[in-house]
Design a protein. Structure first.
Length: 127
């Protein structure tokens, strides 16, 4: 079963991967809404977790028409990118496939362009 998640290998650490992504987003004039440090919060609670951080980002200009067309999409927007380290020490940058989100929420195909650029942003961050 396709879960709609695209995983891209990064040669950088989790923090460096997200720092690079934030730089790309800034260049494109996109907003970063939050950074959730799951592993950092786990450590504060006395728990161990491999490095795992979530970046929440987007553009109200691009996302709002999508949520107007399909209000349920607000559960998946703003866009998210998860940087995480696997058991072998490899770092991955994961995000929801725009096509999967379109299928999941049923917004008009002509609005797919509003979020389709996420793939290029992620690729640039891991170069």
């Amino acid at each position: 079963m396709d879960n709609g998640i695209i995983n891209v290998l990064s040669r950088y650490s989790v923090p460096d991967t997200l720092a690079r992504l934030q730089g790309v987003l800034k260049e494109k004039g996109m907003m970063v809404f939050a950074l959730v440090d799951h592993s950092g919060e786990a450590a504060k609670a006395g728990l161990e977790m491999r490095p795992t951080q979530l970046l929440i980002f987007g553009s109200p200009k691009g996302g709002t028409p999508l949520m107007v067309a399909a209000p349920s999409l607000a559960i998946d927007l703003p866009l998210k990118a998860l940087a995480w380290q696997d058991e072998k020490g490899q770092v991955w940058l994961s995000y929801n496939s725009p096509e999967y989100l379109q299928q999941r929420h049923g917004f008009p195909a002509e609005l797919l362009k509003n979020i389709a650029g996420v793939s290029a942003l992620v690729q640039k961050a891991v170069e």
